[in-house]
Design a protein around this ligand. Structure first.
Ligand code: FAD
Length: 468
C-alpha cells in the first residue's frame, strides 16, 4: 500500500528509548522516521521527568545545605524564592537538551514526524498532526517506544487544578502551604524533597509499611529518619479512600495507619505509579500482543510477537527507567539492522535522588530471602568515613551482597549523599563478575565516599574489623 512516507525503520515515540533507537538505526545506515506527538524530542525523561526533577532537586539541595551549615558555624538568611526565575532556569536546562536532540536527529537525517501515531496495519502507521490532518507512514520494521503516563485514581478529582501529577508538580505553579503526596515511591519522594525545600509543609501517604517499598528497609531507614523530622507527616500502611474538592481545600480521607480520618490540603500530588501506553497505539491492527495492563512482551532482541516489530522502554515493563530504555533502544535498532545484539544486562540500578539518596542494584535482601538464596553481606556504615563526616553527614550505609559460595558480588544497596553515583561501581562489578577480594583490593581514592565500597567488601572478607 502506498503511503505518504516510507521508513526502513519507524520509531514510535521519541523518549530515551525511541531517540536512542532512531539514532542508532540511522548510524547503521537505515532510513529512519521518528514519530512524536510532543513538540520536542526527549520524551518523559527530558521534558517532564528525570532532567527537570534533577534541576529542581539541585535547587532543593542548595537550600537544605545552607540550612544544615547553620549548625556548623555558617548561617545564611532564609532564601528568597523567585519561582519564575527558578522555573525558567529549569526550562532552560530542558530546552538545551531537547534542542540538542533535534540537532542530532538532523545530523543523522532522521525524519521527525510530529503527531499522534497509531498502527493501522502490519506495515502502516497513521499520524494525526496537531491541525487534524493525517499522514500515513509505511515501514519495513518498527520500534514501539511509546513510554508510559501517570496512573490516575477514580476517587480523586483529577480535573481540579489543585490535584497534580509529577508533570504538574514540575511546572512549579506555586508553592502550596500544605502538600499531600500520595505515594511514597521514588517520584513522590523526589517531588516532596523539592516542595519541602521551597517551603511547603509536606505529608506523605504510603500504602506499604515503608517508603520506597522496592528497596531493603535498612537502606531506606536513614532517609526515613531525616524526612520524618522535616515533613509534617508520613503515614505508612495508610490508604487514601477519597479526595473531595472544596473551596477551603482538598479534603483527603484516610484509612489505617497513623492518619486522621480526614485532613485538608492546598494541593494533592498523585504519584502512585505509571502505566504503559501500549493500549493507545492501535497495536492490535498490527497484530502486536498487548496485555491488559498495556505492556508489550518482547524477547531478548526486543522483538514483539510480530517479527518485524520491536518494543522498548517503559512500554515493555519494569523497571521504568531511562537507562534501561536507552540500552533496549540500542539493542532493538541493532537487531533491526541485522546485528546479533541482545539485551542481556545482569542488573539495572535504581536510584531515588532524595536527600540522602537511596540506590540499589541487583536483588535486594528481601528478594534473596524470598527465593531462598544463600548470601553473605558486608555493611560499611558511613559514620566511619572521613569524607562523609566532613560533609556534615554520617547516616549513610554501603551494603554489598555476595554469593555465599563464590564470594561474587550479586547486589548492593547504598544510602547517603551521591549514592546514585556510587552505585555504578557495584553495577560494573556485578557485570564483570567481581568477587569481594577484587573490590577490597581495588584502591579507592581517599577521602571519598567511594572508599565505602572497598570497605564494605573488606568487612565481608573479615579483613577489617575495627572501622575506625
Ligand atoms: P518516554 O520517555 O515515556 O517517551 C515516550 C514518548 O512517546 C513520549 O515523548 C510520548 O509523547 C511519545 N508517544 C507516546 N505515544 C505516542 C503516539 N501514539 N504517537 C506519537 N508519540 C507518542 N528515570 C530514570 O532513569 N532516572 C530518573 O531520574 C527518572 N526520573 C523521573 C522523574 C519523573 C517525574 C518521571 C515521571 C519519570 C522519571 N524517570 C526517571 C522515568 C523515565 O522518565 C522513563 O523511564 C523514561 O522516560 C522512559 O523512556 P521511554 O523511551 O520508554 O518513554
Amino acid at each position: 500500500v502506498a503511503g505518504d512516507i516510507h521508513a526502513e525503520v519507524l520509531v514510535l515515540g521519541a523518549g530515551p528509548g525511541g531517540y536512542t533507537a532512531a539514532f542508532r538505526a540511522a548510524d547503521l545506515g537505515k532510513q529512519v522516521v521518528l514519530i512524536e506527538r510532543w513538540p520536542t524530542l526527549g520524551g518523559v525523561c527530558l521534558n517532564v521527568g528525570c532532567i527537570p526533577s534533577k534541576a529542581l532537586l539541585h535547587a532543593a539541595k542548595v537550600i537544605d545545605e545552607t540550612q544544615d551549615m547553620g549548625n556548623h558555624g555558617i548561617r545564611f538568611t532564609d532564601p528568597t524564592i523567585d519561582l519564575d526565575a527558578l522555573r525558567s532556569w529549569k526550562d532552560g536546562v530542558v530546552k538545551k537538551l531537547t534542542g540538542g536532540l533535534t540537532g542530532l536527529a538532523k545530523q543523522r537525517k532522521v525524519n521527525v514526524v510530529s503527531g499522534f501515531g497509531r498502527f493501522i496495519s502490519l506495515n502502516q502507521v497513521e499520524v494525526e498532526q496537531a491541525d487534524g490532518s493525517k499522514k500515513v507512514v509505511t515501514f519495513d520494521q518498527a520500534i514501539i517506544a511509546a513510554g508510559s503516563e501517570p496512573v490516575t485514581l477514580p476517587f480523586i478529582p483529577h480535573d481540579d487544578p489543585r490535584v497534580i501529577d509529577s508533570t504538574g508538580a514540575l511546572e512549579l505553579g506555586g508553592i502550596p502551604k500544605r502538600l499531600l503526596v500520595l505515594g511514597g515511591g521514588i517520584i513522590g519522594l523526589e517531588m516532596a524533597t523539592v516542595y519541602h525545600a521551597l517551603g511547603s509543609k509536606v505529608t506523605i501517604v504510603e500504602l506499604m509499611d515503608q517508603i520506597i517499598p522496592g528497596a531493603d528497609k535498612d537502606i531506606v531507614t536513614p532517609l526515613m529518619k531525616r524526612i520524618k523530622k522535616k515533613y509534617e507527616n508520613i503515614h505508612l500502611k495508610t490508604k487514601v479512600t477519597k479526595v473531595e474538592a472544596t473551596e477551603a481545600g482538598l479534603v483527603a480521607h484516610f484509612e489505617g495507619g497513623s492518619a486522621p480520618e480526614t485532613d485538608t490540603f492546598d494541593r494533592v500530588l498523585v504519584a502512585v505509579g505509571r502505566r504503559p501506553n501500549g493500549r493507545t497505539i492501535g497495536a492490535e491492527n498490527a497484530g502486536v500482543a498487548v496485555d491488559e495492563r498495556g505492556y508489550i512482551a518482547v524477547d531478548k532482541q526486543m522483538r514483539t510477537n510480530v517479527a518485524h516489530i520491536y518494543a522498548i522502554g517503559d512500554v515493555v515493563g519494569q523497571p521504568m527507567l531511562a537507562h534501561k530504555a536507552v540500552h533496549e533502544g540500542r539493542v532493538a535498532a541493532e537487531a533491526a539492522a541485522g546485528k546479533n545484539s541482545f539485551f542481556d544486562a545482569k542488573v539495572i540500578p535504581s536510584v531515588a535522588y532524595t536527600d540522602p539518596e537511596v540506590a540499589w542494584v541487583g536483588p535486594t535482601e528481601n528478594e534473596l530471602k524470598a527465593k531462598g538464596v544463600k548470601y553473605g553481606k558486608g555493611v560499611f556504615p558511613w559514620a566511619a568515613s572521613g569524607r562523609s563526616l566532613s560533609l556534615g553527614r554520617d547516616e549513610g550505609i554501603t551494603k554489598i551482597l555476595f554469593d555465599e559460595t563464590t564470594d561474587r558480588i550479586i547486589g548492593c544497596g547504598i544510602v547517603g549523599p551521591s549514592a546514585g553515583d556510587l552505585i555504578a561501581e557495584a553495577a560494573l562489578a556485578i557485570e564483570m563478575g567481581a568477587d569481594a577480594e577484587d573490590i577490597g583490593l581495588t584502591i579507592h581514592p581517599h577521602p571519598t565516599l567511594s572508599e565505602t565500597m572497598g570497605m564494605a567488601a573488606e568487612v565481608f572478607e573479615g579483613t577489617i574489623t575495627d572501622l575506625y
